[in-house]
Design a binder for this molecule. Structure first.
Ligand code: G3P
Length: 217
């Protein structure tokens, strides 16, 4: 499963990229607002740091507006992916960009039938929001399983990008469900390396090593 980081914070992106943990980046209007940065400037900067796909979301709600904005954003860098909402206009815009060879990420997916429409529109990625379904006491991960089954039934090439991932358990469950990608907040990615028994074992090794009085170098 590929790891995208779900943030527009350039310091977090650089840090995770240096660890070799990043396959791509996703942003959304809320994350851009949180960064306090100019949208196009920060996307250009992220694209220089990360070689993989970087999702940049349109703000327009209508087809013509989405096409105009998406074409503008696509010129920022070759690895920009145009993020479009799962609406009829968004799906039409997805078909437009796919025909032009521009990658798309169809976002705000909460139902398997919506994912089916995105796949039929030729989306590169579909983003089902796991955490926001869980917030409503609906099993978000079940949606990933359903989409995986549907896409495999028909050989759709659209990649399942598990979004609204909030915990290490979400990451594990998305991988078990066969998501192609998970987009994950920076803190959750770093937390995946944590285990109390790893810390305890390291403490013991450090004490025992010190007691030997040896040095490797
Ligand atoms: O970028 C889309 C998605 O990952 C947002 O997550 O936590 O705001 O529901 P969240």
């Amino acid at each position: 499963m590929k790891f995208f980081v779900d943030t527009a914070n350039i310091d977090d992106i650089k840090e995770l990229n240096d660890y070799g943990l990043l396959d791509g980046v996703t942003t959304n209007p809320s994350l851009i607002a949180k960064s306090g940065r100019d949208f196009k400037e920060v996307i250009a900067e992220i694209c220089k740091v990360v070689a993989g796909p970087v999702s940049a979301e349109v703000a327009a709600m209508d087809f013509d507006g989405m096409v105009a904005e998406g074409e503008h954003l696509a010129k920022i860098a070759d690895n920009v992916v145009i993020k479009l909402p799962l609406t009829l206009d968004g799906l039409k815009a997805c078909r437009h960009f796919t025909a032009k060879g521009i990658k798309t990420n169809v976002t705000l997916c909460f139902a398997a039938n919506q994912a089916l429409l995105a796949a039929k529109a030729g989306a590169t990625y579909i983003s089902p929001f796991v955490g926001r379904l869980d917030d409503l006491n609906i099993d978000g991960m079940e949606l990933i399983h359903e989409i995986r089954t549907i896409f495999d039934n028909y050989g759709f090439k659209t990649e399942i990008l598990a979004a609204s991932i909030r915990s290490a358990n979400h990451v594990k469950e998305a991988a078990i469900a066969g998501a192609d990608v998970a987009t994950i907040p920076p803190g959750v990615i770093k937390g995946l390396a944590d285990h109390a028994l790893t810390d305890k074992g390291l403490d013991q090794f450090a004490k025992d090593w010190a007691a030997t009085g040896q040095s490797i170098l």
